[in-house]
Design a protein around this ligand. Structure first.
Ligand code: ZN
Length: 387
């Protein structure tokens, strides 16, 4: 049920005029904070609050964005000294990843959770702020206990960037997409052409940086320098955020890295292009396990994890995106996770906030379980385990 706004501010008058014009009911108006569950925290000020409230976790700012916003990193578990004698690429050239990071199967797994780099894909922010609450208290922001997840968190070093692109997030007036039309989500994410029509995929990626005469309003895919952080120039990055992510991966040598995204369809743990076949097989295994968890919880799911594919057997070739680049920086199993976002437009799955949060929490639960069960061992002479 909608709360009637009280009189007295311009924002209130605007809400009333939207309600009178019917916009609040037609699947296009953003929900007000009062209409959203209290556990659904996706705004930049929510990230600031969570960072300020940390007791067990440690916070740092890893980079300032072109829009002068801070990208926060929250970490749990002490860093272990695994530094080798070479960067990853040279170590692999020397047929010995251990020369980059001395992973011997006895150390804490390192898991890096990169929050949304696309600003309207807010579901991952809600998920990661709930994960931080679990790391702090054992319970999510609903008060639900996550015993095994909390125990596994304590066995790992966990790096959490709650929001990967604050510039992009600041450009989305929507804190939730539950009950909203697909076209609105597309307009906010991809922006508009000069004639006011929506930019659409895949054409929206055919201009980059996203500026010039074909751009009307800038969507939430981009930072304030109009860079889509999934598609930067990896060998000479255009965005300071990209440099910071790559540096963090190089310094920490994570075993697993997930980049959190949202789309309209059922959830998918995606395959990563241009990574070793062993990594693709791990992603299939992880995907199978995750989809089973979703099915068991009666959440939207697919029949299985996504099958690995050989890259580039057809034209056009697959793209070498942020998670491909992160893999080649540190050797981690890297992947994109896409979650539905609750749009009301058929045929997309209808999901509420509880379910959206469960989809996130089960991903973290399964990923950390897998990381703890499969310690990485790069010791020379031993058969390497995942990644
Ligand atoms: Zn995305």
């Amino acid at each position: 049920m909608k709360n009637l706004p009280s009189l007295g501010s311009l924002a209130t008058l605007l809400s009333i005029s939207l309600a009178i014009s019917g916009l609040a009911q037609d699947g296009s108006a953003p929900a007000s904070a009062k209409e959203l569950p209290q556990f659904w925290k996706t705004r930049l000020e929510h990230v600031d609050e969570a960072v300020r409230a940390l007791k067990k976790g440690t916070a740092s700012v890893i980079v300032e964005t072109p829009g002068r916003r801070s990208v926060f990193l929250v970490s749990y578990g002490a860093a272990e000294d695994r530094k080798g004698t070479a960067n990853y690429n040279s170590a692999v050239g020397g047929r010995d990843p251990f020369s980059y990071a001395r992973k011997d199967g006895t150390q804490k797994p390192v898991v890096f959770l990169l929050g949304p780099v696309h600003g309207h894909e807010v579901e991952g922010i809600a998920g990661l702020l709930n994960l931080i609450q679990v790391a702090e208290t054992g319970r999510d922001l609903r008060g639900r206990e996550w015993g095994e997840l909390a125990a596994n968190l304590a066995k790992c070093r966990v790096l959490i960037i709650p929001c990967g692109s604050p510039d992009a997030r600041a450009r989305s007036p929507y804190d939730s997409w539950v009950g909203i039309d697909y076209a609105v989500n597309e307009r906010i994410g991809m922006g508009t052409r000069p004639d006011g029509s929506n930019q659409t995929w895949p054409f929206v990626k055919q201009i980059h940086p996203m500026r010039g005469p074909q751009v009307g309003t800038l969507g939430a895919y981009w930072n304030d320098r109009q860079i889509n952080l999934m598609h930067d120039e990896w060998f000479d990055p255009m965005a300071p955020e990209t440099r910071a992510f790559l540096r963090l991966a190089r310094d920490e040598a994570p075993d697993y890295i997930v980049s959190l995204h949202s789309h309209a369809a059922t959830p998918e743990l995606m395959q990563t292009s241009y990574v070793p076949w062993t990594v693709k097989e791990t992603l299939k295994k992880l995907g199978d396990r995750l989809q089973k968890r979703y099915a068991a919880a009666s959440l939207p799911h697919r029949a299985s994890g996504t099958e690995p594919k050989v890259d580039g057997q057809t034209f056009p070739p697959p793209h070498f995106n942020l998670v491909s680049a992160l893999h080649h920086t540190c050797g981690a199993v890297t992947f994109v996770h896409e979650t539905p976002c609750g749009l009301r437009t058929p045929p997309y799955p209808q999901v509420n906030h509880e379910q959206l949060l469960d989809l996130q929490m089960l991903l973290y639960d399964e990923l950390l379980r897998y990381a703890v069960e499969n310690p990485v061992n790069w010791s020379p002479g031993k058969r390497a385990t995942a990644p």
